[in-house]
Design a protein around this ligand. Structure first.
Ligand code: PLP
Length: 451
């Protein structure tokens, strides 16, 4: 049959990203998706799923949005591609850059286009280093990132990623990237009596010297590391610390950007304006490969003061079809009050979480900012005791939900960490949120029986 042929061809010819190859070779792909509508996707065997994580936190407007497809079709037939190297331009890239500048906080007024999140962060690292070169401070090369952060898969962005599993793949590392412990709010404010002070960004700056550090990169809410929301005051404290030490603050908004957290950008939840903001994913709702790095007026003015060639760019920087979809995505978000829906559905999700906490003793630390959500599974939530390593609680829940038609994502890279991430399309409605909760409810019951 076609399905069997596809499975065999997949095993033989298709190298999958971020997948255990052995499992694939033995079992074949878990699902071969073939169509989607709204928050639901179907696999080639006809089984339907609610996509509770918007695939890779990117299909924010769900599947089958005709307006996005039409915008793509129109541009593909008119001018599928044109270069923006060597002074060439195209209307869609210009219009999208202007649109993004209009919705971005502060003076983040100009945009460099990429093809995705890794390229956006890689670009920000290069721009940060180049910025300090142009300022005559070329010793400022180091980038500080946070443990548990995810920033991409290139050598530099993989090095910035603070999840060990992503470092094991290759011996190559960007040695100018150093890690701090996330969310030490008191230490970052300057409290030296914080027992974890020596792991803070502040301490790294003190020991390395501010003259060695170009930038700090932070996800407003850490996504792949397990949906970790910073404590109140943290982002503001880091921003202040950066200002005081002449260090650029880069916000990695690849997941948070374009409405995921109920605000247009994640940093707006804490009123912080970064020097550079890296985006991708939700900018096209996954309908095309696009990323954008937003630059403050000061960073932009410094870069464009250079009288040589800025030797950085990608063939698909400013891809007109990707930009046409991006523009339509942003219009769709505004015209359909998507942020309002995210905030309304957050309340429904929080109510669902309350129900799960009441009825399932191992559900802990539920959190949701907009529709970026997750919870821990713990042996004893009152004493903060994790499950012993052999109990793969998050996997159990995610696998059980998958069997019952709900796609979620486990975050269990570290030992004894069992987190379930939830990030459905931003167009989800009340009934669909409740359906997700009831599938998770059943999965938790199944897990409890397995203990
Ligand atoms: N930054 C964050 C916060 C991400 O979540 C991701 C992808 O998951 C990336 C960067 C890398 O983006 P891409 O996979 O598009 O290169």
């Amino acid at each position: 049959s076609t399905v069997e042929q596809l499975i065999e061809a997949d095993k033989k010819h298709f190298i999958h990203p971020t997948t255990v190859p052995k499992t694939l070779l033995e079992d074949g792909p878990k699902a071969i998706f073939s169509e989607g509508n709204g928050v639901r996707v179907k696999d080639i065997c006809g089984k339907s799923y609610i996509d509770g994580v918007s695939m890779l936190w990117n299909v924010n407007l769900g599947f089958g949005q005709k307006e996005l497809a039409d915008a793509a079709h129109e541009q593909l037939t008119k001018l599928a591609y044109s270069s923006s190297f060597y002074g060439y331009s195209n209307e869609l890239a210009v219009r999208l850059a202007e649109k993004i500048a209009g919705i971005a906080p502060g003076d983040l007024n100009s945009v460099f286009f990429t093809s995705g999140g890794s390229e956006s962060n890689e670009t920000a690292f290069k721009f940060a280093r180049f910025y300090w070169d142009l300022k005559g401070q070329s010793s400022k090369k180091n980038i500080i990132s946070l443990k548990r952060g995810y920033h991409g898969a290139t050598i530099a962005t993989g090095s910035a990623t603070g999840i060990e599993g992503f470092h094991n793949f290759s011996g190559s590392k960007d040695s100018d990237i150093i890690h701090a412990k996330p969310h030490l709010v008191n230490a970052e404010k300057g409290d030296k009596s914080d027992p974890e002070y020596k792991d803070s960004i502040r301490h790294l700056i003190e020991t390395k010297g501010a003259d060695q550090i170009a930038a700090v990169i932070i996800e407003p809410i850490q996504g792949a590391g397990g949906v970790h929301v910073p404590p109140e005051g943290y982002l503001q404290a880091v921003k202040k610390l950066c200002e005081e030490n002449n260090i650029l603050f880069i916000a990695d908004e690849v997941i948070c950007g374009f409405g995921r957290t109920g605000r247009m950008f994640g940093v707006e939840n804490w009123d912080v304006v970064p020097d550079m903001m890296c985006t991708a994913k939700g900018i096209t709702s996954g309908y095309a490969q696009l990323g954008a790095v937003l630059l403050s007026q000061e960073v932009r003015d410094t870069l464009v003061s250079y009288d040589g060639i800025i030797g950085h760019g990608f063939t698909y920087s400013g891809h007109p079809t990707a930009c046409a979809i991006g523009l339509k995505t942003l219009e769709f978000i505004e015209e359909n009050n998507i942020l309002q829906n995210v905030n309304n559905m957050n309340k429904v999700l929080q109510k669902g979480f309350d129900y799960l906490v009441e009825n399932h003793p191992h559900v802990a630390k539920t959190r949701a900012v907009g529709l970026l959500a997750g919870f821990d599974l713990m042996q004893d939530r009152d004493t903060n005791t994790p499950f012993k390593q052999s109990i793969r609680a998050a996997r159990h829940i995610v696998d059980h939900c998958f069997d019952n038609g709900l796609i979620l994502r486990p975050a269990d890279f570290e030992e004894q960490v069992n987190i379930v991430a939830i990030a459905p399309p931003l167009i989800i409605n009340k009934e669909e949120v409740e359906e997700m909760i009831s599938i998770i409810d059943e999965a938790l019951t199944s897990f409890e029986k397995s203990l």
